[in-house]
Ligand binder design. Structure first.
Ligand code: ADP
Ligand code: MG
Length: 369
């Protein structure tokens, strides 16, 4: 790690309620969103690690609300785990370390936002699901996370990214981008545009049920990628979910749908060989079994029966967003090559088709579970 970062981290570390000498720090991840560092301290002869994380204030414009959500959620999860009699809470829940004056985050003079978590020891995360057992653990972990929060009123959290899964608004933005065609890209994307248009009917289904109250508004994670699940290094058991910046009110189906999107195909989001993009039933079965083993306690009949549909809907939503961004000049998702967002849209729509081909089989599986 560069010296200036080390020095900067020393400065940051002094702001928090950690009373020891920082020995060294290393980069965990410089992601699209946050910068994450782990730092080792000497606390009276014992080595203790913490996570220091710089929040991306370009994405999260209201860091106070983000951190307020994170505090409410982590406190609630910890209390519930205590009530369950859980023995190793420091590995099963994220714990925020406050600043020396009791604040959940530190704002530097340059305006950077930093927060600190207790380091989760003996766990690791993986970029993608490799085995059906891991799919089971992913489902179980996010289902349990929702379950732990089921009694925290959704209204107690701020919707930090409004309309995140408003599929009707996402569709309207797509229609506008087609109509405006500011970058003269419609002609390159005719096939994808007609695939999107043909599926307009699915965008209102969950929204209508939510408006009618038949699908409850719950607290959801909203970034249910596998690399946000921390697994025990020895047993592979999911211990904890991290990355709570997007936790807010939503539908449990959105979280599950995004898991279907990100775990059932062996390919990356921008795979260009579409023959490889496929919804694999064994992964779906294990993911669903894992999810229902924990979420089954609270899911309503309507939610449960819409699980396969949710996979299709969220994959479609992402396809729409990539396509919209392609048509609008690539302003939201970072691109690494020309047509990158169009490739991503194609991959999503291919996965939607694969889900459609197997939807009745997926439904049969869910209905007998
Ligand atoms: N408290 C923690 N203890 C140990 N590792 C952590 C902790 N928090 C995050 N990490 C690791 O850092 C990675 C990035 O953190 P995350 O909060 O997911 O940020 P990003 O938004 O960049 O994905 C995680 O995938 C995880 O491996
Ligand atoms: Mg993450």
């Amino acid at each position: 790690m560069a010296i200036y970062q080390e020095r900067q981290l020393q400065e940051v570390s002094r702001q928090f309620q950690i009373y020891g000498q920082i020995l060294h720090a290393e980069t965990c991840k410089i992601g699209h969103i946050n910068e994450t560092y782990s730092a080792t301290y000497n606390q009276g002869g014992t080595r203790v690690r913490y996570i220091h994380q710089k929040l991306n204030t370009g994405v999260f414009k209201d860091p106070a609300s983000v951190m307020d959500n994170v505090m409410r959620v982590t406190t609630h999860v910890r209390e519930k785990l205590e009530a369950r009699g859980s023995s190793d809470i420091t590995r099963r829940a994220l714990i925020v370390v406050p600043t020396r004056n009791g604040h959940p985050y530190y704002q530097s003079s340059a305006g950077e936002i930093w927060r600190t978590f207790v380091f989760l020891e003996g766990v690791q995360s993986f970029e993608s699901v490799q085995t059906p057992e891991q799919a089971f653990e992913a489902g179980r972990a996010f289902g349990d996370f929702q379950n732990l929060l089921v009694d925290l009123p959704a209204g107690s959290l701020t919707e930090t990214i409004p309309d995140f899964h408003n599929t009707r608004k996402r569709f309207a933005a797509f229609q506008q981008a087609v109509a405006a065609d500011r970058f003269d890209r419609v002609r390159q994307a005719r096939g994808e545009i007609s695939r999107a248009m043909a599926r307009e009917g699915i965008v209102d289904i969950v929204l209508k049920e939510m408006a009618a109250g038949t699908i409850p508004t719950r607290i959801t994670h909203n970034d249910t990628k596998f690399n946000n699940v921390m697994l025990d290094g020895e047993t592979g058991e999911a211990m904890c979910v991290v990355d709570l910046d997007t936790v807010m009110p939503g539908s449990a189906l959105y979280d599950f749908g995004d898991m279907v999107r990100t775990t059932t195909s062996p390919t990356l989001e921008d795979e260009t060989d579409l023959t490889k993009v496929e919804m694999r039933m064994p992964m779906f079965r294990k993911l669903t079994e894992g999810y229902c083993s924990t979420a089954g306690e609270f899911l309503t009949q309507t939610e449960r029966s819409l699980l396969p549909f949710a996979g299709k809907l969220i994959t479609f939503e992402l396809g729409l967003r990539f396509l919209t961004d392609f048509l609008s000049g690539d302003t939201y998702f970072r691109v690494h090559r020309p047509g990158h967002n169009l490739d991503r849209a194609r991959t999503q729509f291919k996965l939607v088709e694969s889900i459609e081909q197997q939807e009745s089989e997926m439904q049969k599986f869910v209905d007998q579970l």
